[in-house]
Design a protein around this ligand. Structure first.
Ligand code: BDR
Ligand code: CA
Length: 313
């Protein structure tokens, strides 16, 4: 069965791999991509997304809509200097294809309102576009069958000791989206850090000899150097590819192991702003509201990347 999805991205090296997995997998129909401020400024996210689609030959079939440039409530989070893990503009030729003219938030609303309720929403960046769409047109909610979200962390933070980047950038949007009442699968750092991709895996991706394999190897090499330098994982020479794990979980849900628990977002914490508060021991009176991944099958993840990124369009 093919899953219809919309991918909301802040492209970003791991977003790029998520986009390629979604565009090339025979099990996914990628209806469109929306971009949001996060890893890089939103126009750069859009250009990077278009460059990736051009490179793998899907440029005419998957529309790209640009979205929010700043968070919903807070005055600003805009990354000022390129990170070692994402850089800024991808080292690929300038995009030949243009973005769509409509704003991503309006396109999301229009697309969901006209849909049969069969498009899974997959945000793998800050939740600003999704929060704005829900706030502007709450009637889209019953049309969203499920959200599969990369974000948050229980035992791990990467932006602060408490918080993960996507949630930390726009905590108010995240709070609104995580409490929206629709079915949610959350893929936090606890799972993505269990699915590391190594230098040896990069060599296998490169050896595929496909456009997607080539640039996945380039992006993951950059990620491994960046992680080794700034946030070493359980072993050197390996890095998480968060957003791609999230997309792979749609194709094969057994790639992650989840618990059904209540999660909320801290928006007022002095030390814990943007933390996903995961009620793993059912200490609150709140009902479970999402399936949260705490583990992932790393060998299966690498096998899926090799199989899907070995494909051509
Ligand atoms: C998340 O933050 C971004 O930097 C990545 O693209 C991923 O979506 C991981 O914390
Ligand atoms: Ca991302």
């Amino acid at each position: 069965m093919s899953h219809r999805i919309i991918l909301d991205v802040d492209t970003g090296t791991d977003d790029a791999i998520a986009l390629m997995v979604a565009a090339l997998s025979p099990d996914i129909e990628l209806v469109g991509a929306t971009t949001v401020n996060g890893n890089v400024h939103v126009p750069v996210c859009t250009e990077n997304t278009l460059r990736v689609f051009d490179h793998i030959g899907v440029k005419d079939s998957i529309p790209v809509y640009e979205g929010m440039a700043i968070p919903m409530v807070r005055p600003n989070f805009v990354r000022e200097s390129p990170s070692l893990i994402h850089g800024e503009y991808f080292d690929l030729p300038p995009a030949q294809t243009a973005k769509q003219q409509q704003h991503a938030v309006d396109w999301l609303i229009e697309t969901y309102m006209q849909s049969d309720g069969d498009i899974t929403l997959v945000p793998v960046g800050p939740l600003t576009n999704i929060g704005m769409a829900i706030q502007k047109e709450p009637r889209i909610l019953p049309k969203i069958p499920e959200l599969v979200i990369m974000g948050g962390g229980h035992e791990v933070g990467n932006m602060s000791p408490s918080a993960e980047f996507n949630i930390w950038v726009d905590p108010e949007a995240a709070k609104l989206v995580l409490n929206c009442g629709r079915p949610i699968r959350l893929v936090p750092l606890d799972a993505t850090h269990r699915a590391l991709v190594s230098t040896e895996d990069v060599e296998q991706l490169r050896a595929l000899g496909t456009p997607a394999g080539d640039i996945a190897a380039m992006f993951i090499s950059t990620r491994i150097s960046g992680y080794d330098m700034t946030q070493p994982m359980s072993r050197l020479g390996a890095a998480p590819v968060h957003d791609a794990l999230c997309v792979c979980a749609i194709i094969d849900p057994t790639i992650i192991t989840t618990k059904f628990i209540n999660v909320d977002v801290e928006t007022k914490g002095e030390l814990t702003d943007g933390r996903t508060v995961c009620d793993v021991y059912h200490r609150s009176k709140s009902e479970p509201n999402m399936h949260v991944a705490f583990d992932a099958d790393a060998p299966k993840f690498v096998r899926m990347l090799l199989e899907i990124l070995g494909r051509r369009r």
